[in-house]
Design a protein around this ligand. Structure first.
Ligand SMILES: [Zn+2]
Length: 385
């Protein structure tokens, strides 16, 4: 599946390059196409890099595009200097070429169609500064608006810094067809797909059929998880779905966490107290009171089942977009710990056992945070969907 994602991305950019490429890339075309230089001028020295996502299979040429000088793919990560440009008529089309030269490799010099050149992407240290100056795990608009060469160069660094998993569900033209196998889940699925489509401003998840789909949504019994996504199947736990009292136990607010911690420490103290002592009895009574308060607080904060299950589905669809978990309660991709024990642990920026926003309540509704949305947008830039 990983492989399919990568092949699709490569094919798309290759097709784009063919559409934009001047008709001088093959000797046959070159021989038949009349090339004449219309004008030539010098320019102030400018640094460029080759946009390898567009320049696949393309060349730099000698003067008047007579001969191939070098294959542009051999100038990967090379900084070129341009000092002059010429306007060339290729058949009936007018093209602007820049004469570029590498300062480190004299063989890399020649005329390159300007559409294949981009301003140099950020350096390693610039990228690190940019990531460090932004919100934790939240790609800024600067990071989200770089040329495609930036994402191919810093692919693994960005994956780790923003807790991304890489491609999971295979997407086709930035879309995945979703087939809901269990009709009881139809409403949750439709709502959750709509949440992502709206937030991303495009139709990412579309309805599929039993024979045409990239992702199946179904129910499966489990006491371990509420939702699970293996790339081709998104499961909701039928055990939890069928448990009428389940919503009474899922709420997670600062009050509930405080009561839980107090209850835990009283339980510890009870264990340590001498058997039969007045102290032990007092701890027992205190423990009962805290337990009742805890249950009451959870019931009071219990989400509606539809809201909760839509939220779980949105979270699981987030995995399809290549998102791993975060330690922020207000993110739909929140998880209590970076290593939850039954699925693979987060191979990301850092490990955690406590939320980073402990004064907030866990999101039990199908709502996305800006961090969720920006990470998903980064997933598209990285070719995950
Ligand atoms: Zn998850």
């Amino acid at each position: 599946m990983k492989k399919l994602g990568i092949i699709i991305v490569a094919t798309l950019s290759f097709m784009g390059a063919v559409a934009a490429e001047p008709a001088v890339s093959t000797p046959t075309v070159q021989a038949k196409t009349k090339v004449s230089v219309v004008s030539k001028k010098s320019m102030s020295t400018t640094k460029y890099q080759i946009d390898q996502s567009k320049a696949k299979g393309a060349y730099a040429y000698s003067s008047s595009l007579k001969k191939k000088a070098f294959k542009l793919s051999s100038g990967h990560n090379t900084i070129f200097y341009a000092k002059s440009q010429e306007t060339v008529k290729v058949g009936k089309k007018t093209r602007v070429y820049y004469y570029v030269k590498s300062s480190s490799n004299s063989k890399l010099a020649g005329w390159v169609w300007h559409g294949y050149l981009i301003k140099p992407i950020l350096s390693n240290s610039q990228v690190q500064k940019l990531v460090a100056s932004g919100q934790d795990l939240n790609p800024s608009s600067t990071i989200l608006n770089q040329p495609s060469a930036f994402y191919s160069t810093y692919r693994s660094y960005l994956r780790k810094e923003f807790n991304m998993t890489g491609p999971l569900t295979p997407f086709n033209d930035h879309k995945a067809r979703v087939y809901v196998a269990d009709p009881d889940l139809k409403t949750y699925a439709t709502k959750a797909m709509g949440v992502w489509n709206k937030a991303l401003g495009r139709t990412v998840f579309v309805s599929g059929t039993a024979s045409h789909h990239e992702l199946v949504i179904d129910a499966k019994p489990s006491k371990e998880w509420d939702g699970l996504n293996d790339g081709s199947h998104l499961y909701l736990s039928s055990t939890a779905l069928n448990d009428k009292s389940y919503m009474d136990s899922v709420a997670d607010t600062p009050e509930i966490r405080a009561l839980y911690n107090q209850y835990e420490s009283v339980a510890e103290a009870y264990k340590d107290a001498t058997n039969g002592s007045a102290e032990k009895k007092a701890y027992l009574a205190q423990g009962h009171t805290l337990y009742d308060q805890l249950i009451a607080a959870q019931k009071a904060a219990a989400p509606s089942a539809s809201s909760y299950w839509e939220g779980v589905t949105v979270h699981e669809l987030g995995h399809s977009l290549g998102l791993d978990h975060t330690p922020y309660l207000t993110d739909i991709m929140y998880a209590e710990t970076s290593d939850d024990g039954f699925s693979s642990s987060v191979n990301g920026k850092y490990n955690w056992n406590l939320p980073k926003d402990p004064n907030d309540s866990r999101r039990e509704t199908p709502t996305l945070s800006s961090r969720d949305v920006n990470r998903a947008k980064l997933g598209m830039k990285l070719g995950y969907w």
